[in-house]
Design a protein around this ligand. Structure first.
Ligand SMILES: Cc1ncc(COP(=O)(O)O)c(C=O)c1O
Length: 357
């Protein structure tokens, strides 16, 4: 390649990167949940790094404090989803999740803020009947935000998005204009929230002179990882993205994320992302979704005691257990910079008193 063509290719790449970043801002977004330009802190975790003593430097991206809807990753997705709901003239939002769903709680708060009705289908994935789990934590907040709810058993293999559409149809027949949000807000519109977050992280890292080796987080309904993967891919960022699964086995989780990432690429108008860019490790799921393992509880205690940061027993606690194990087993190497994306969820701690007895 001549110097001239090399320079031209470089300029073209820079232009493509700029275009991708501009395109995400073209989609309607509710700004009332976080003032325009708000960025969540990207904090060094010195006491945690020192305690793990593996030579890697750990940072925490604090999306647990994103926005005004009690915090968490779903708020970034809801900025785009609720804008679509408003554009469609919705009077009501119907969504679904597990009993202690953080997504449902943030959706209920978003609806309260925007003056829309909210109805939630909660799936009983753990079989727990104690009052703490069924009424405290996120469920208490769903009620306080004025959402109505109904339940579905978790042991019948129901397709919860289909169940939700049946319920939405009944509300439509009663005159409501219903906007439905799939579980976790994990559709291309919702994933745009994490495309934006990827750009935010890259900008912050550049300003702080932080060369990120690994960006790690919990992955469930796939929207967070799909959005991050597309964001990083669209600007050619050299960061290893790793999702720690909380429910599905590795191959299922990776293909769910890849499928959504491809649909998000199409929405954003960027080139399709390669399957090899999607990596999920489901070794820290333990007994199952919503059941914290000893390593989950230990991770929650460690983050709380060393950094004053509260994780949750379903998502971020399991991802943190993975991060800790990677440090202790030498998978993360001395000198590497690891960013742990804290996706929130601490509200559900109040539904898990027994786990910490
Ligand atoms: C606290 C928390 N972290 C991580 C996730 C996983 O994000 P996603 O569903 O986008 O994969 C969720 C999803 O509900 C969550 O509530």
């Amino acid at each position: 390649m001549t110097v001239e063509t090399e320079r031209e290719t470089g300029t073209t790449r820079a232009r493509v990167r700029k275009l991708a970043r501009a395109r995400v801002e073209d989609f309607a977004r509710v700004e009332a949940f976080a003032s325009r330009g708000e960025t969540t802190p990207l904090e060094r975790a010195p006491r945690l790094s020192e305690t793990l003593d593996c030579g890697a430097e750990i940072w925490i991206k604090r999306d647990d404090v994103y926005g005004t809807l009690t915090g968490g990753n779903k708020t970034r997705k809801l900025e785009f989803l609720m804008a679509e709901a408003l554009e469609e003239g919705a009077t009501m939002v119907v969504t679904q999740g597990a009993t202690q769903s953080n997504h449902a709680r943030q959706t209920a708060a978003a609806c309260a803020k925007l003056g829309l009705k909210c109805h939630i289908l909660l799936e009983d994935r753990t079989g727990r009947r104690d009052e703490n789990y069924t009424r405290n934590g996120n469920v208490l907040l769903d009620d306080l935000f004025g959402a109505t709810r109904e339940y579905r058993p978790g042991d019948r293999g129901l397709n919860m998005n289909e169940e939700m559409e049946i319920v939405a149809k009944a509300y439509r027949a009663r005159g409501e204009r219903v906007y439905t949000i799939v579980g976790g807000g994990s559709c291309p519109t919702g994933a745009l929230g994490y495309v934006r977050a990827a750009y935010e992280i890259l900008d912050q890292a550049r300003e702080m002179d932080l060369d990120i080796d690994h960006l790690v987080h919990a992955t469930g309904s796939a929207g967070t990882q799909a959005g991050l993967a597309v964001g990083l891919h669209s600007v050619d960022a050299d960061v290893n993205l790793l999702g720690f699964g909380v429910r599905a086995p590795r191959d299922v989780q990776e293909s769910n994320v890849h499928d959504l990432a491809l649909r998000t690429c199409a929405k954003l108008g960027c080139t399709p992302i390669d399957r090899s860019k999607i990596v999920a490790d489901s070794n820290y799921v333990g007994e199952g979704y919503g059941i914290p393992s000893t390593s989950t509880v230990d991770a929650i205690r460690l983050f709380a005691e060393t950094e004053g940061v509260l994780l949750d027993p379903v998502y971020s606690g399991k991802a943190a257990a993975g991060l800790i194990d990677y440090c202790l087993t030498g998978t993360f190497k001395p000198g590497e910079k690891i960013v742990f994306l804290h996706t929130g969820g601490a509200t559900s701690l109040h539904g898990y008193l027994d786990a910490f007895a």
